[in-house]
Structure formats: C-alpha cells, structure tokens
Design a binder for this molecule. Sequence first.
Ligand code: ATP
Ligand code: MN
Length: 468
Amino acid sequence: METIKRTKIVDVLKSTDFGTIVNVKGWVRTRRGSKQINFIALNDGSTINNVQIVVDLDKLGEEYLKPITTGASISVNGTLVQSQGKGQSVEIQANEIEIYGTADPATYPLQKKGHSMEFLREIAHLRLRTNTFGAVFRIRHNMAYAIHKFFHDRGFFYFHTPIITASDCEGAGQMFQVTTKNLYNLKKDENGSIIYDDDFFGKQTSLTVSGQLEGELGATALGQIYTFGPTFRAENSNTPRHLAEFWMIEPEVAFNDIYDNMELAEEFIKYCVRWALDNCKDDVQFLNDMFDKGLIDRLQGVLKDDFVRLPYTEGIKILEEAVAKGHKFEFPVYWGVDLASEHERFLVEEHFKRPVILTDYPKEIKAFYMKQNEDGKTVRAMDVLFPKIGEIIGGSEREADYGKLYNRIQELNIPMKDMWWYLDTRRFGTVPHSGFGLGFERLLLFVTGMSNIRDVIPFPRTPKNAEF
Ligand code: ATP
Ligand code: MN
C-alpha cells in the first residue's frame, strides 16, 4: 500500500480539500452495505465522530472485506469527497485498505450497542473503545488541562506533595499502609505492636489521603500553590461517589480568608464547567443525548447563578423545617450531624435550586486544622454542594494561631511528634491562609452526567476491585 501521512479523523472531518488523497487509521465501528458498495464507520479516538469510508466492491473484493468487522483495525488510503449522506460533511472513497488486526465477532465483546455500565466495567480494558467512554475520557483530559490553565493563569504554582506519607494525622480517611516488610514474619515488641525500625522508611508509612498539610508549607512560602495528584482512602464505602484511589486538586493560598476562599472555589468550578461547554461540545452533546437529557441545562444553570452562601446552622434549620413538613430523609437531621448526601442534595436541588456553599460547621465533625470561630463551637469550614453530586469541594480557612492549633491537636490526641513541621508554619511567620480540595472525579461526574464515579476514571479502584 502506498505510504501517505496519516490524518487524524478529527481533522479529516473538518477538511474541505475535496479530491485529495488522504490516509486515515482507526478501529471499525460498523460495516454495512450491499454487493456493490460497503460503508465502514471508522473511529480513531480523536473525536466522537466517525468518518465514513465508502468501498466499491469492484475495487476491493468481498472476500477482502470480510475480516473488516466491528473492532478490527485498518489503514485506509482514499479520496476525500463531499458526503451525500446526512449527518456528515465529508467521506472517503477507499482506494486501498490495509488490515492491521481483526476482531473475531464470536469473541469481541463490544458487538451490539447498549451494553450495561456494569458489564462495561468488567471489560474496562476495552470499554475505552465505546463512544461513551471515549467521550468521558476526552472530557477528563480537557478538564485536567483547564485546571492547570486556570491556576497557571492566576499565578499559582503546581506543587508536588508526597504520595507516601508518615503522618497518619490528616484525619481525612482510612489509610493504605506502605511497607516492604515480610508480612509472613512480622517482628513485634512485647506488647504485640509491630516494630517498624527495619521497614523501608524506618517507620510506619501510608499512601496520602490529602496533600493539604504539605500544601500549606508550599503556600506559606510561594504564596499560592495547588496540588493535583492521586489520593488514596481505604474507606469501605461502596457508593457511587467514592473511590479508593481518586485524584484531588488542592489550592492553598496565603493571606486568603474564608470569603476569598469561597470566591476562588466558585470562580474555579465555573471556569471548569464553562471550559467543558466551550471545548468539549461534541462529547458533552453526545452524553446529553444518550444518558442525561438535563446535562447541558444543568451545566449552564451552574454558570448563571451565584452560589448560595449559608452557615451550617441555617442549613440545619431548613432541613428540620422540611422534616417537620413531612419530608422523609433516610438519616436523622440535628445540629451536630455530619450531613449525608441526601441532605446536601435537598438543600441544592429542592430548596435553593442552585449550588450552595455551607460554612461554619461544628468543630467535632471537621478536621483539627480549621480556624476556630469565636463561638467556641464552630470552625471556618466550607463545603461546596452541587446538584446530583452533593459535596464536590471541602475546604476551610486554616487555624493560623499557634496556641489554638496546638491545643486542638492535644485535645484530639494527635501525636505531636508527627506534627512538629506543620506547627512550625505557625511558629515562624504565621499568616492567615485558606484552601480547599476538589475531587476530580466528582467534578467529572457533574460535567459528564455519568451517575457512577467508577465510570469517570479509566481503571477504578474500589473495595474488592483492583482489576486491570
Ligand atoms: P465525603 O463526605 O463525600 O466522603 P470528605 O468530606 O471525606 O467527602 P474531603 O476530605 O473534604 O472529603 O475531601 C475533599 C474532596 O475530595 C471532597 O469534597 C470530594 O470531592 C473528594 N473526595 C473525598 N473522598 C473521595 C473519594 N473516596 N472518592 C472520590 N472523591 C473523594
Ligand atoms: Mn469534606
């Protein structure tokens, strides 16, 4: 076959160079047709859209086309022509086709359309080749890019916090231990506690549940930083919103108070959502049409309104009134409770009908590092609550006062030996500062309209599942 430089399908579809010879390569979505003429829908992952290859059977015999079935990979040289069919502007009249690899119809699992999401999770290595997952993962890439651009354009520095950590005091969730010890023969002391002296790091270590504490070290030197990395939580909660391995974005800004923090969070999320609407049009439209007819409306809705800002105590009042009027929640509502996602969604979807930033939570249900309010009961926490998702961001103004932070650490019996470096930020040149964590996959759930978090990360890690 003649060697012609490959054009990606996304570019071919935009081209108007009719009459030129082009080469495209990709995977066959479908082949159909008659004894005279065949149509191959070809996709190479560069766009949700396929290019139609028109094959004249006088040119390429029927026998030759037989192995070109759904899933097969081919290279096509042909003439770019204006398309007669509807739904596409160009097509390619094939001159030559090379078959790279066949996909036996008897065993290739992606035959008919309409596989269940559950089934597709079992073949996560191949589900990437479906329209749906192609769309989701192109959007995932675009969102990652938008996030870096947002922060870079505003003078934030991308700060890499460690993945292996020796502090188990972050308090954000159950941790996965990291060790090179022989688990069949553990050395223990007289109390039965494992001795870590001879472990790789000489102490007990785990995978990080948050980069925040180290992020604060960055922010109190570089001014404004963000992290964007993998995060691990061994929470045994099999929900559609939790992964054991997920990606988190954590901006941290020196001199920001909680109001600046809320403004940043709102601007940031709106920027990401607008980016998806502007730059992922075909993919978002596809997901809207196939899965979630309200998706585009919901995305535009979030851009339109200011987010509600509401103290937790007010939020509880609204929920209690709803209960008094007969609204049924699965979990009880009272001051001090850690809100369940049904409560968060009630506030967002039914009461206010727009995103809500809930602030000033009871200190008992929030982390030790949050700035303590004058009332002695609440802290300057802020959670951003979203339609369909519930909590999408959790953040706070940090306690900048050395004495108050020290006392809180003691109250909670957090080992001081792990915290000396963190406390040093408050000992030397302490400043007010704030930050938050956005779960990347929660953002993707919102932007793609997918209903399960396992379907917005290529290879999900959840309890009892680490395949691929
Ligand atoms: P939740 O109450 O929903 O379990 P959290 O309060 O434990 O969340 P934070 O510790 O505040 O969450 O983490 C910051 C953000 O990280 C959350 O707002 C959420 O977007 C995301 N996140 C937290 N845990 C998970 C998880 N297991 N899988 C995916 N994203 C998560
Ligand atoms: Mn939270």
